[in-house]
Design a protein around this ligand. Structure first.
Ligand code: SF4
Length: 289
């Protein structure tokens, strides 16, 4: 197991080697889940260098528990938490409203389809998270829209990817931003983060991800149904609303891999049933952390 980890770290080494001596700006891409919350609190406690800002890209469809957690977390941090949204709109409304538009121009979540496509291409996390945070970083640097950014790297962006999700590490789309992965540098897994929190008497953070995100395992859907009825109701309604699919797409769309209405899925069965757990699949954004 240890050698497997060493092998994976070696493959991604170029993403771990670089550091900036005195970055002009040090920000955290805050997903408000376990990992990024751990980093935020580590910085607050002095276990990591002090952040200038934490930036939360709000799709507008996080579970209620995540917004409550974010409100709590904000009170524990000595640096500002900036909540940003794409042009003031939320992902869910956008996704529904594009039903009459060309599907190639959407920011679609990767919903399952009953047609030959299988699954819609995932454009949501890039459009509603990565790029929204990138625009905020430009603004913080004082760059006008369209103005070229610095040639050299001046921004450190910390991302809460833990060692068990190393395949999600990416370079930044912005040349002047260096992505850093403090949890991987510390060889911490998601479970290590939870332990770190509990040892310091912090409450356990919720899982972050849009309530209609299909990267959700059977047990996670069941947990939503049983413990977060408001979120479940919204997810069921959302699932119904996407059923016709979108212009340019064949077949119906579903939130659940079984491609049946969400409130008709048998969630009493074993956890796997072929439905992948959250973000086992590739995600270039910063969802779920
Ligand atoms: S949580 Fe899922 S639906 Fe939401 S932006 Fe990320 S990948 Fe898309």
């Amino acid at each position: 197991m240890a050698s497997e980890l060493a092998k994976r770290i070696k493959q991604k080494q170029s993403l771990l080697d670089a550091t900036l001596e005195n970055p002009e700006l040090r920000i955290l891409s805050l997903g408000a889940g376990v990992q990024s919350s751990t980093i935020a609190l580590m910085s607050a406690r002095g276990d990591l260098p002090r952040l200038d800002y934490a930036i939360f890209a709000d799709t507008g469809w996080e579970p209620k528990a995540v917004y409550e957690w974010l409100d709590w977390l904000e009170t524990k941090l000595p640096f500002p938490v900036l909540r940003v949204q794409r042009q003031g709109e939320d992902l869910g409304q956008h996704a529904i409203s594009i039903a009459t538009l060309d599907v190639t121009r959407t920011a679609s979540p990767p919903w399952y389809t009953a047609g030959p496509d299988g699954m819609l291409p995932k454009q949501c996390s890039g459009e509603y998270k990565t790029r929204v945070i990138g625009r905020k970083v430009r603004e913080l640097l004082g760059l006008a829209p369209g103005q070229r950014g610095p040639k050299e790297q001046v921004v450190e962006q910390w991302i809460g990817i833990s060692k068990d999700e190393m395949q999600r590490m990416r370079h930044s789309e912005q040349k002047f931003t260096l992505n850093r992965f403090p949890l991987i540098e510390k060889r911490m897994s998601r479970i290590d983060c939870i332990k770190w929190m509990l040892e310091r008497q912090y409450p356990r953070p919720p899982k972050s991800s849009c309530i209609f995100c299909p990267y959700r395992g059977q047990d996670q859907w069941r947990d939503m149904r049983d413990n977060a009825p408001e979120d479940w109701e919204a997810a069921v309604a959302f699932d119904k609303s996407i059923r016709p699919g979108f212009f340019g797409m064949e077949g119906q769309a579903f939130l659940h891999r079984q491609r049946v209405p969400l409130d008709q899925v048998d969630l009493s069965t074993a956890a796997d049933q072929g439905q992948g757990a959250l973000f086992d699949e590739e995600c270039e954004g910063v969802c779920g952390v």
